[in-house]
Design a protein around this ligand. Sequence first.
Ligand code: HEC
Ligand code: HEC
Ligand code: HEC
Ligand code: HEC
Ligand code: HEC
Ligand code: HEC
Length: 331
Amino acid sequence: MPKHIVRLLVLLASFGALALLAKWYFTADSFYELGHYRAASVPEIAAQEPVYQTPRYCQTCHSERHAQWSANSHKTVICEVCHGAAQGHPQNGKLPIPSDTVKLCTLCHEAMPGRPRTQPQIEVAQHSAGQQCIVCHNPHAPKIAGAAVKVAGDAAAGQQRAAACAGCHGAQGISPNDTWPNLAGQHAAYLARILGAYKSGAQKDVAMTPIAQPLTDADVRNLAAYYGSLSCKAAPSETHAGDAAAGKTLAKNCAACHGETGVASNPAWPKLAGQKAGYLMNVLKAFRAGLRKDPMMAGVTRSLSDADIANLAAYYAGQSCQPTMEGRKTP
Ligand code: HEC
Ligand code: HEC
Ligand code: HEC
Ligand code: HEC
Ligand code: HEC
Ligand code: HEC
């Protein structure tokens, strides 16, 4: 046989041997049992540990958080959507807490043309003014709700009881000095809540605590109804150190809750418009120092300077306390 034919046959034979070797090496033993499937992959996948647990898994250790979450509107957003897969937690360490909530929350809440209307949406730039969403929203209970809004009080009975308050808050609910608050025309729901807080001791003040403690629940409702019904019109109070124009710019951060001009959209929250500047300054400093406690106000006052506070106070004190057409939507 010619030499070149032999070489060709040897080459073909070695290709054949290589192909057989490759086939032997690359095919799984189970290949011929179940046709073209790697049959072993089914039990292999089944044996893997699940990467995601379920909210029920978290419940055993984080029961308080779980209870809060499951009672609120985010109960359809499972924990691991925000905290990442919990495989190996807690043995292998803590789960991450999302730090950039603007990025996280806008994934689902940024207003978009195609997004179904049923999912609550916001115009991010207008709505949060660059602040983190958790300054105002609790991620586990995001709804910002008004407390009970209707106050079933008897204003006439409240008027009787209010004789004890006139010395400091004025006969018509307009206080005689700059550091005591006006009550006239304030939202009754807010007045009832804050008087209740003085009564229970949740909020303390040297002047108010001894006065509020003996009030009955009915007194609180009646007084709230009475002061809420009075006209908030007052002579413009003294001139203020702060710069109202600078305050107006800062007040954009407060508008979501207190309205553009301090006439709150939500009756459970206080109106600020026309309030005494000295009082507003004292209260803002008390929130900033943590002496007066409110989770929403703590977040927004943390970064205010003394000058900011004076400017905000000057701005709100100079606003008309009557609701205006340009004000925020009323509920
Ligand atoms: C077996 C108990 C256990 C289970 C189940 C569990 N955790 Fe934890 N988790 C812990 C412990 C312990 C820590 C550490 C707490 C610490 O050091 O303050 C922790 C920490 C965390 C932290 C960080 C808290 C912080 O302050 O840094 C997050 C977030 C968290 N868990 C979320 C979850 C989520 C979500 C689930 C369910 C998918 C879950 N955990 C299930 C025990 C558990
Ligand atoms: C919509 C996103 C989101 C969901 C859903 C969510 N979390 Fe959180 N969670 C956060 C954010 C944001 C923080 C940080 C809050 C802060 O710093 O005030 C946090 C904080 C925590 C912390 C630690 C801080 C603390 O307040 O003690 C724990 C523990 C935790 N979450 C557990 C859970 C569990 C358990 C679930 C499910 C039942 C859950 N989270 C569902 C976003 C979420
Ligand atoms: C994975 C998507 C998703 C993420 C991430 C998410 N949400 Fe939501 N959120 C929803 C859905 C869905 C609803 C509506 C639930 C319903 O009404 O049934 C909702 C409801 C809300 C509501 C309205 C509550 C009400 O009842 O009116 C607020 C406020 C809110 N989310 C704020 C936040 C904030 C703040 C964050 C970030 C910490 C966040 N969401 C992250 C999906 C998400
Ligand atoms: C300065 C406080 C504040 C910040 C910061 C804030 N929110 Fe809100 N948000 C509110 C208030 C107040 C409401 C209720 C408004 C109302 O009832 O008119 C609300 C309502 C919502 C709603 C419900 C809207 C609806 O139509 O039901 C969503 C969703 C929401 N916010 C998401 C976010 C997200 C996402 C962020 C972060 C990018 C964020 N919020 C930051 C104060 C804030
Ligand atoms: C001795 C003076 C004094 C008397 C009398 C008094 N108050 Fe006050 N009240 C104050 C001062 C001062 C504050 C502000 C406390 C602070 O700075 O936190 C206040 C605050 C309040 C507030 C909270 C206002 C707000 O905007 O948050 C309410 C409501 C209130 N008083 C109702 C009453 C009622 C009702 C009575 C009568 C039963 C009464 N007060 C009697 C001095 C008084
Ligand atoms: C997310 C909602 C929210 C935002 C944003 C907010 N506030 Fe408030 N504010 C509240 C609530 C709720 C109260 C009532 C707190 C209480 O009951 O103690 C309050 C109370 C106050 C009070 C006390 C009023 C009184 O009569 O005693 C002042 C002053 C105030 N806010 C000013 C501001 C200023 C200034 C800003 C912006 C820098 C701001 N708030 C932003 C919700 C908010």
